[in-house]
Design a protein around this ligand. Structure first.
Ligand code: CA
Length: 430
């Protein structure tokens, strides 16, 4: 079997050097075209390899997988086949696309049946998300927020370095990149009310004035557990199918008023956006790097061995209506304090069961420098340092008509494994 991660592999399909989708990536996604319903595909260069068509041509015949698995509007059934099979399919795809595969390379009649230009396809939400959890695992983000809203001397709350803080979010409003949404409305406390004694404070209702993005990634669960079972940090990678880029849109004014004492609610659940291609955890293996040295020492169930962080370059761009985009943030997944394996071990340590397709987001990924902060809240430091856009306008938070785009890729030894992008535009409140 071919090792798809081999940096020496080349495809017979042209892949430009700055493209996120070389033969070493082979992410999975759901797409549809004018003439055919949603189905599974893999990105390669500027093309999609149509996996349903490949299955119908008998290219996956060795694996005894029902062709219908590749003709689904979500990846769930495919992921549920288990890693042994999905890894074998990824290796087979590498073999189909390998430059050495002259039989397929020269079978020009086959190409139109199995290859579709990405520009001719519409990407859909890749998985049916049962449950969604959001963590809060970047030390720089948690420190920045703590400094702004609490005590600069004790920015991190006492629990923060002992457990990956998280909350249960809402799956119904997670949308695929390119889905625009209306500015949320809700309760907030106007600044003049903040000066009053708590008993006299009076909230108002209206469109959020402090719209924000959150630069995050999310991992997708690849294997279910029974209630009562806990996953160890050593087993955790095996339960992770892959990762996507994630924008956890946030309404800061709604959040400030509502979040005490139970945490985020309507400030977060109106929309979250994900990138359409699920990059497998296997494709990201060559980009693993050492994580934070965690002090104080964590409890035994959170300890782990091996290299568990990942070097993924992340950028955020803001594009006002009728204007070019401006890069506003450059961060990296490697700045995460808690690893995905620790998050999953913590999430299940009480016996909470997980299902294929569940999505677990990282929390805002801020780095240590001012240009690496993963939200407008931090970039503009609560609105005190406006950002300059390409058209000369300034932003403290997100305006109506603004599009936020997150891009990300890992790169090493001349191989770039990327996620493409996740973008969404804020429309005026309804
Ligand atoms: Ca978040």
């Amino acid at each position: 079997m071919i090792n798809p991660n081999d940096p020496k592999l080349k495809s017979w399909i042209e892949v430009k050097s700055n493209c996120d989708f070389p033969i070493q990536n082979l992410p999975f996604g759901i797409f549809k075209t004018k003439n055919r319903s949603p189905r599974l595909g893999t990105a390669i260069g500027e093309y999609i390899l149509d996996l349903q068509a490949c299955a119908e041509k008998g290219l996956f015949a060795d694996f005894k997988i029902e062709n219908s698995v590749f003709a689904q509007p979500q990846l769930n059934n495919f992921i549920a086949l288990g890693k042994e099979k999905t890894k074998a399919v990824r290796a087979k795809i590498a073999e189909i696309l390998s430059a050495d595969n002259t039989a397929i390379k020269e079978n020009k009649d086959l190409h139109p049946a199995i290859l579709i230009k990405q520009s001719d396809a519409e990407m859909l939400l890749p998985v049916r998300i049962g449950d969604y959890t959001d963590f809060y695992s970047s030390i720089d983000h948690a420190t920045n927020v703590g400094k702004m809203f609490r005590d600069p001397e004790n920015a991190l709350l006492p629990n923060w370095k002992h457990l990956p803080v998280g909350y249960h979010g809402r799956a119904s409003s997670i949308v695929v990149s390119g889905t625009n949404f209306h500015r949320p409305k809700g309760q907030n406390l106007p600044p003049d009310q903040l000066q009053k004694p708590p008993k006299e404070q009076q909230p108002i209702f209206g469109a959020s004035k402090l719209m924000d993005f959150e630069l995050e990634t999310a991992f997708i669960i690849g294997k279910q557990t029974e209630m009562g079972k806990s996953i160890s940090t050593a087993e955790a990678t095996d339960y992770i199918f892959g990762m996507v880029l994630f924008n956890d849109w946030s309404a800061r004014d709604i959040q400030t008023w509502e979040y005490v004492p139970l945490g985020p609610f309507l400030a977060k659940n109106f929309c979250s956006s994900v990138s359409p291609w699920v990059v497998t955890i296997d494709a990201l293996k060559p980009f693993r790097v050492e994580g934070y040295k965690q002090t104080p020492e964590v409890l035994p169930y959170l300890k782990y061995e091996g290299i568990k962080n990942i070097d993924i370059n992340l950028q955020v761009y803001l594009q006002p209506e009728n204007c070019t985009e401006t890069k506003i943030c450059e961060s990296n997944y490697k700045f995460m304090y808690w690893t995905m394996e620790q998050q999953l071990a913590h999430h299940t340590v009480n016996g909470c069961n997980i299902n294929v397709g569940d999505m677990m987001a990282s929390g805002t990924i801020s780095g240590p420098t001012e240009n690496s902060y993963g939200s407008m809240l931090e970039l503009s430091w609560r609105g005190t340092k406006p950002l300059k856009m390409a058209d000369g306008s300034e932003r403290k938070f997100i305006n109506d008509g603004d599009t936020v785009i997150i891009r990300g890729y890992a790169e090493k030894n001349g191989v770039r494994v990327g996620f493409g992008e996740v973008k969404g535009k804020v429309l005026p409140a309804l």
